[in-house]
Every structure is written in structure tokens, then in C-alpha cells.
Design a protein around this ligand. Structure first.
Ligand code: ZN
Length: 455
């Protein structure tokens, strides 16, 4: 039995243009046998089925290589690490993975998660227990004192439920890599940014070059991919020289980093959506605003785009990912904003952004030679849209235009179930964001009347 999909326009991921009046044909196992002009298609036989998307734009399922399934739309680092047990987070992550799928994303990489949450979600989906996107999974970030994800004071350390695994020696790092590989990770994440700055303001990397080399070698020796969080120049440079497969952010990338990446073959996922949303969505009353985070993020974003454009020009492959899982990047909402930002802020054409989110992302993914492109031999992971994202990349964020999502040829029907964030994420113990001195209370009351003793 074969399935014939009539496509108003077919964007395969292999070319910049979409073909008019094309057809996609796949077998009962969801493997594509033909994608192209109707004239060259195999003949429809008895028992073959037809699906009509002749009014739609058909393209590969989108891929987001930066979605943290364990974070749960967190408002703080404590939300990510502390307040809910790993078991609850895994169930919640499964629910949110379905929201991602329902938004047209058929595959994600979850690079850095507590415990074995994303591994378990991946395995539950692969075992057929739930519908969900294809998941490439990591365990906790390898971090050190000075590293991102070692957020808490030394007298607390990195709790077992944290997304960071604190390693204090190279031997501990190697041991943790082997433990994660034994547990079944697809990739290992290293927190390369430190927290200290040089007098000139440059971030000092959390690990030395030698430590980064040893960790990366061991990850590769075990047949896994290495990924790194690296905003700073030094973190980016060490990652590139070590041959880290995928570098996230790289906002302070310079010519030396670019040369090292070209030499080692590292690719880059700048992740513009999360900072852009921090800048645009944070409200003045929120602690992040009061600490000046949106302004600082804006400066970093502008510098980042300027630097990243040089990397685009140099030919470094750019992957799309959003850092979904924070309160500013809830699951299933903003994944396709990254494509719009690639166009608006990095100078990509809509076609190049589409290819970044499909075939370029697929090259990084495990089993990526079977997804990301609609061509014979690959899996029929595809989506159908009203309107052309080649004309307006923004339509990919409009759920009303998403007509269907298919995974290996099977249409996914995910119920759009609402949820109450207070029972899903908001378990933080903080009660107030202000300090109610007499002066502050008088100010809040507009000094209409003096504070009474009895109050
Ligand atoms: Zn991230």
C-alpha cells in the first residue's frame, strides 16, 4: 500500500524553491518513495490511498535543536532544578513534547536536562507509548565551579535534581560522560561559559582548553555528539578548537573562533528567540526587569547579531533552536520565531531559514539522514500549511495556518489541552517581590494618608 499526497506546493528541503502541483508518495511504513512533479510519479495502484493537500504548502517537519523538555516553562533556575520531582517533570515533559509536535515540529534536540528526563521521553515515544516528536536527548550539563548551571552557593552545591552535574576534576568529568553514555544519551552538553569576567568585561571560560579537549575526545570516543553552551568568546574558541559538534549562542564569536570552527567542523545554533523574548516580553514589575536584564540582553543581542553575521558569511552552518522551556519561551509557542529572526536579524532568505530548520538541523540530529528532507528513502515527516512561508516566514507561527502534521506518514492528532501553570510549574516559595517599609507603603498609597499605627 502506498499513500499519495497531492501538494499545492512542495518544498523538499533540497532546493530553495517549492514545486507547484507536486506529489509526495510513501509506503505503509512511512518511507518516501517519490517526491516531485506529478508527471514523474509512480502510478497509483489498487488499494493505494490519497491525501489531498493540493491547496497547501507541504514541507518537511520542522526541527528545533534547542528545546529543554525538563524545564517546564520555568520562571527561575530554582523552578528548573528544585521544586518538582524528576518523575513529575518527565510526565510534564511528555505533555509539553506533544505541544511542540502539535506546532509543526517533528523532531527536537533536548540538550541538557535533569536526570534522565529527555531520555525517558524519547524512549517512551520510540516505544510507541505516546505520540511525540523525535527526540535527541542529553543528560545534565557538565559544569564546574565557575560554570553555568552551578548556580547555587558552594554550601548547597548542585543538587541531584539539578540540570547541572558538578565535576571538579577531569577524572570526574570523564566518569560522568561514561555514566551518561551508559544511560543512553545521544549527546553530552558542556557548560562552557563561566561567571567571572576579565577587567575588559570578557567572560572567562568555565573549563580550560585542555579540559575541554579531554572531555570532547571522550564524548567522541564513546560515539556521541558533544554540544556546548558558549556565549563568551573564550568559551566559543575552546569549544571550536576542541571540535564540539554544536555550539549554542556564540554571541561573541570573532575571526579566531570562526577559523577554528571552520577547521574543526563545529556548527552553530545562535538561539535568538530566547533573548529576543526576554527583551520584548519582560514586564517592568518583574524581577528580571528590575535587575536590568532586558537592557543588558538587548546590548548582547545587538552585538551578537553583528558578530554572528560574520560567521554566516564565512559559511558556518547555522541551526535553528529556541531555548524553549522558559516562561518567555513556552513549549509549542515560539519555535518558528527563530526562522523569522534568522531572516530579520541575520539576513537569511526565507528559503535559507526554512532549510536551516529542516535539512541543516537534520544533519546534526541522530538518524538525521532519514529526516529533514522530503526525498526517496527518507521518512515522511511533513507538515501542510495555508500560505507560503517563502513569501512570509511569519506564517509558521500562526497555528491556524498549520493544517496537518505527519510523522512517518501518520497524521498526528494532538488534543489542544489547556493547563494551569500554577499546578504545572509555579512551585516557587517566594512570596513577595517588594519590601514594605512605611515609606514604600505610603508611596504605594499615593501618600493619600499617613500609615496608621494599627495597620
Ligand atoms: Zn539552552
Amino acid at each position: 500500500m502506498k499513500i499519495f499526497v497531492r501538494c499545492g506546493r512542495l518544498f523538499t528541503g533540497n532546493e530553495d524553491e517549492a514545486q507547484k502541483d507536486a506529489v509526495l508518495v510513501y509506503d505503509g511504513g512511512g518511507q518516501i518513495v517519490y517526491a516531485g512533479a506529478e508527471a514523474g510519479a509512480p502510478k497509483r495502484g489498487k488499494g493505494d490511498r490519497a491525501i489531498d493537500h493540493s491547496g497547501q504548502f507541504v514541507m518537511p517537519g520542522l526541527i528545533d535543536v534547542h528545546t529543554h523538555l525538563a524545564y517546564g516553562n520555568a520562571k527561575s533556575e530554582e523552578d528548573i532544578d528544585l521544586y518538582s520531582p524528576l518523575e513529575f517533570r518527565a510526565l510534564r515533559g511528555m505533555f509539553f513534547a506533544q505541544k511542540v509536535l502539535a506546532s509543526g515540529y517533528t523532531a527536537i534536540c533536548s540538550p541538557g536536562d535533569a536526570g534522565q528526563i529527555s531520555l525517558s521521553i524519547r524512549d517512551a515515544i520510540n516505544a510507541g507509548l505516546f505520540d511525540g516528536p523525535r527526540v535527541m536527548a542529553a543528560g545534565p550539563y557538565l559544569t564546574t565551579h565557575q560554570g553555568l548551571t552551578d548556580w547555587y552557593p558552594t554550601w548547597i552545591g548542585a543538587p541531584e535534581t539539578s540540570i547541572g552535574k558538578l565535576v571538579t576534576t577531569v577524572a570526574e568529568a570523564v566518569e560522568e560522560i561514561r555514566r551518561q553514555v551508559k544511560n543512553g544519551v545521544d549527546c553530552v552538553k558542556i557548560a562552557m561559559d563561566g561567571i567571572q569576567r576579565r577587567p575588559d568585561g570578557e567572560l572567562i571560560a568555565a573549563f580550560t582548553q585542555e579540559e575541554t579537549d579531554i572531555m570532547t575526545r571522550e564524548i567522541h570516543r564513546q560515539g556521541k555528539k558533544a554540544v556546548a553552551h558558549a556565549v563568551g568568546r573564550e568559551a566559543t574558541l575552546y569549544s571550536a578548537r576542541a571540535g564540539i559538534d554544536l555550539i549554542f549562542h556564540a554571541f561573541h564569536i570573532d575571526d579566531e573562533c570562526i577559523a577554528a570552527m571552520l577547521k574543526s567542523g563545529s556548527v552553530l545554533c545562535p538561539t535568538l528567540t530566547q533573548p529576543k523574548n526576554v527583551i520584548e516580553f519582560t514586564q517592568p514589575h518583574e524581577p528580571a526587569a528590575q535587575r536590568g536584564r532586558p537592557d543588558a540582553t538587548l546590548r548582547r543581542y545587538q552585538t551578537g547579531c553583528k558578530n554572528l553575521k560574520k560567521a554566516v558569511k564565512a559559511g558556518i552552518p547555522f541551526l535553528t533552536g529556541t531555548d524553549s522551556g522558559f516562561a518567555v519561551t513556552p513549549y509549542g509557542e515560539w519555535h518558528a520565531r527563530e526562522l523569522e529572526l534568522f531572516v530579520d536579524d541575520l539576513g537569511f532568505s526565507p528559503a535559507a531559514a526554512l532549510r536551516a530548520a529542516t535539512e541543516v538541523n537534520a544533519r546534526f540530529m541522530c538518524g538525521g539522514d532519514r529526516i529533514g528532507v522530503l526525498e526517496a528513502g527518507r521518512l515522511a515527516d511533513f507538515t501542510a500549511w495555508d500560505g507560503s512561508p517563502l513569501k512570509d516566514i511569519g506564517i509558521l507561527q500562526d497555528r491556524r495556518r498549520l493544517r496537518a502534521v505527519y510523522l512517518a506518514g501518520r497524521e498526528m492528532k494532538i488534543e489542544d489541552r489547556p493547563y494551569d501553570p500554577r499546578r504545572v510549574t509555579d512551585f516557587a516559595l517566594s512570596n513577595w517581590t517588594d519590601l514594605y517599609t512605611q515609606a514604600r507603603v505610603a508611596e504605594l498609597r499615593g501618600r493619600r494618608r499617613p500609615l496608621q499605627a494599627a495597620e
